[in-house]
Design a protein around this ligand. Structure first.
Ligand code: CMP
Length: 491
């Protein structure tokens, strides 16, 4: 302590002697010094006195208060910032003393001037001042001490983890696991959520997640992972590590490995790395790998993404409502009997009055049906879209084509010849019934359109009665079997 006070005390004593004996000295020497030199000498003496008093006060504070505090609180010591601040205040008092005491200047004016100046400077270095005051708050609050491991959690970012080196006026310095120095402004440090791994206890709890395949029984997984964590160097045995079953993800089962570390002995990052390494080694020995993204692949023919009318006849036929009841073999047989016929826009597919030898199924495109109206002039009576059929009337009745069918766009059709049609109907009465109903509706519609407006039909014929009549005709023509369920109305 004496050592510390030696120099400021000497300076004070040296200056005190001439100050005390000033008048006597002048009288004894009887020297007539120039006024100016006297003034300069007095000023120097006054300034020197104030400064040495301030210096002595700071040193005394150092020796009496701060050093004792440091001795009492092992490891921590007094905050450097506090020391600096008090020293600054003492220097400021000395400066005020010099202004008022030595130069006889009004101190209030000085304070006022420095206040205005302070405002201007303050605005210019706002963030720095914020950092300084935050640093002061951190020093008083002391949420961490040098040597402790902390994590700074900034919103939307990975936390910064490091060992506190020190906090100065502007920033706090952290030493990371990679040996880097993070300089964090105190403003940020005091406004962020901070995790201190060494407070309130010197040990902290950490967690590592590991995902294992569903195939690994939970009991086995817990045994292997538990052993892996417990055998990790640096992991505390008390409180004991735990292996909890966490979420079930699409990769497998997540296990939470919970363990405790003394961060001063083993940093969080080092502990994490050691635990993970140990877990991988234990899993490797047990023949298990951590779960990873998997995909089940089944070998099989890929369904066609786009049916081709030339090659996928069977699949296309299966989509036609009329043939929905046909089995796989029947469809295949029918497909083998078809002819693919393409038409260009405007082509006449069938013309009214011609002999008909086949019917068509629309696969692609649009066709229009034209028939004579009441005035005998041809008019459009219907349109045909994919899945519908035409040309069936002539095949069934043997009569000439009842209407003209033209392609409204380029079109693709399947043509079925009379023989194949006959064969199909002979085998599938239900198809014959469906066709008879469609034909009856089309025919009745056409007949109604041909009648002059206002003329009332004297005929008793309805679509249903005509369908029955047609079915009877088809039986004799194609040798259809009687339907037992009476669906055709003839049972
Ligand atoms: P078909 O008479 O052999 O030849 C012309 C075809 O046009 C006819 O068979 C039916 O398939 C079809 N047809 C006639 N009238 C209509 C209608 N009103 N609606 C739909 N198609 C019709």
């Amino acid at each position: 302590m004496l050592n510390k006070l030696r120099w400021p005390l000497s300076a004070l004593i040296i200056l005190m002697v001439p100050a005390l004996f000033w008048d006597n000295l002048l009288a004894q020497l009887g020297l007539q010094l120039v006024d100016r030199s006297i003034t300069v000498a007095r000023y120097t003496l006054g300034i020197g006195l104030w400064l040495s008093v301030a210096w002595l006060a700071i040193r005394l504070l150092d020796a009496v208060v701060w050093d004792r505090l440091a001795a009492r609180k092992a490891g921590g010591g007094p905050p450097k910032l506090m020391k600096d601040l008090l020293a600054a205040i003492i220097w400021a008092v000395a400066a005020a003393g010099i202004t008022g005491g030595v130069f006889d200047l009004p101190i209030t004016g000085l304070w006022a001037t420095s206040g205005a100046l302070g405002l201007v400077v303050g605005l210019a270095v706002q963030s720095m001042i914020n950092d300084v005051f935050s640093g002061l708050a951190l020093n008083i609050d002391r949420p961490f001490r040098p040597g402790q491991w902390v994590a700074l959690n900034l919103r939307g970012q990975e936390p910064f983890v490091g060992k506190v080196r020190d906090t100065n006026w502007r920033s706090t310095r952290l030493e990371t696991i990679d040996g880097l120095l993070l300089v964090i402004p105190n403003g940020l440090m005091s406004t962020s959520v901070l995790t201190n791994f060494s407070e309130p206890h010197t040990r902290s709890r950490f967690k590592v997640n590991i995902c294992l395949d569903f195939g690994v029984p939970v009991e086995r997984a817990q045994r292997i992972l538990g052993a892996a964590v417990r055998s990790t160097a640096g992991v505390l045995s008390e409180p004991p590590p735990k292996v909890n079953v966490g979420d079930v993800s699409r990769y497998g089962v997540e296990y939470e490995l919970i363990y405790w570390l003394e961060p001063a002995e083993c940093s969080p990052a080092k502990g994490r790395s050691r635990v993970t390494t140990s877990v991988l080694a234990h899993l490797h020995s047990a023949g298990i790998t951590p779960a990873y993204e998997k995909m089940d692949v089944f070998h099989g023919p890929m369904p066609p993404r786009q049916l081709d009318s030339a090659h996928d006849r069977k699949a296309l036929l299966a989509r036609v409502a009329l043939f929905r009841t046909l089995g796989d073999g029947e469809l295949a047989h029918l497909a083998s009997q078809l002819t693919l016929v393409r038409f260009h826009e405007g082509d006449t597919v069938v013309a009214q009055g011609e002999d008909g030898e086949s019917m068509y199924i629309v696969v692609e495109g649009l066709l229009h049906v034209f028939a004579p109206g009441a005035d005998g002039v041809e008019m459009k009576v219907a349109q045909l879209v994919p899945g519908q059929f035409f040309g069936e009337m002539s095949l069934l009745s043997g009569a000439p084509r009842s209407a003209t069918v033209r392609a409204a766009t380029d079109a693709v059709t399947f043509e079925i010849g009379r023989a194949s049609f006959k064969e199909l109907l002979a085998q599938r009465t239900d198809i014959a019934v469906d066709i008879a109903q469609v034909v009856a509706e089309r025919r009745t519609g056409n007949a109604a359109r041909r009648k002059p407006v206002g003329e009332i039909s004297k005929s008793e014929e309805t679509p249903a009665s005509y369908a029955m009549h047609l079915l009877g005709k088809m039986r004799s023509l194609f040798g259809l079997a009687e339907r037992k369920n009476g669906a055709d109305g003839s049972a």
